[in-house]
Design a protein around this ligand. Structure first.
Ligand SMILES: Nc1ncnc2c1ncn2[C@@H]1O[C@H](COP(=O)(O)OP(=O)(O)O)[C@@H](O)[C@H]1O
Length: 187
């Protein structure tokens, strides 16, 4: 069963998932790479350099691929077979910090806005709960935390010590509702 590291693009999924795989000796799977290599997409959007994933094909492919405890890195929870995911760790990040990171990546303004709105509106958290069931889902606010601190928290969660990290403690909406709809999340 896979351990899923998920969250809005830019929150630190790949950084954390790769390190966690190294520390635990488990296999790291970058879902975006699998989608590209196995052509599990229905279309490609050159403007945002992103793929429109064929969810049914992706789900059945991952059903075959996932075996023991891989560390899986993706924001697209709905493309995964729920019975093959044991734990989902949703990384959260203050939208203003996220905006800086996505700016550094050179994302177009529209893509930055979409991702910031998605983080403010808990989109990935809700998708994880809806697709996997709340009992499998944990939420870690990574704002201001070092990579080592985040890995330590995830280790606690994996050691069945995650009650402090059940969903519901992060609320960006109250603080950042005014960012919704702004081009590129510009204040
Ligand atoms: N805890 C952290 N503290 C500071 N910077 C981080 C942290 N985690 C990730 N980063 C940085 O944030 C950027 C995005 O991280 P990445 O792992 O690529 O995110 P994602 O896979 O969610 O898109 C990278 O430049 C990475 O070095």
């Amino acid at each position: 069963m896979a351990i899923l590291i998920t969250g809005t693009p830019g929150v630190g999924k790949t950084t954390i998932a790769r390190l966690l795989a190294e520390r635990t000796g488990k296999k790291y799977i970058d879902f975006a790479e699998v989608v590209k290599n196995e052509r599990l997409y229905a279309a490609y959007d050159p403007e945002t350099n992103s793929y429109v994933v064929n969810l049914d094909r992706a789900r059945s492919y991952m059903e075959q691929l996932l075996s023991c405890e891989e560390i899986l890195d993706t924001h697209l929870v709905e493309a995964l077979p729920p019975d093959k995911v044991s734990v989902a760790i949703v990384l959260r990040l203050d939208p203003l910090v996220l905006r800086e990171r996505l700016n550094k990546r050179g994302y177009p303004s529209r893509k930055i806005r979409e991702n910031i709105e998605s983080e403010i509106l808990d989109a990935v958290l809700i998708s994880a709960i809806e697709n996997l069931g709340e009992e499998k889902v944990f939420e870690v606010d990574t704002t201001g935390k070092t990579i080592a601190e985040i890995i330590e928290i995830i280790t606690q969660i994996l050691n069945k010590n995650g009650k402090l990290y059940k969903p519901g403690r992060v609320d960006w909406l109250e603080k950042y509702y005014f960012l919704i709809g702004k081009e590129g999340g510009i204040i």
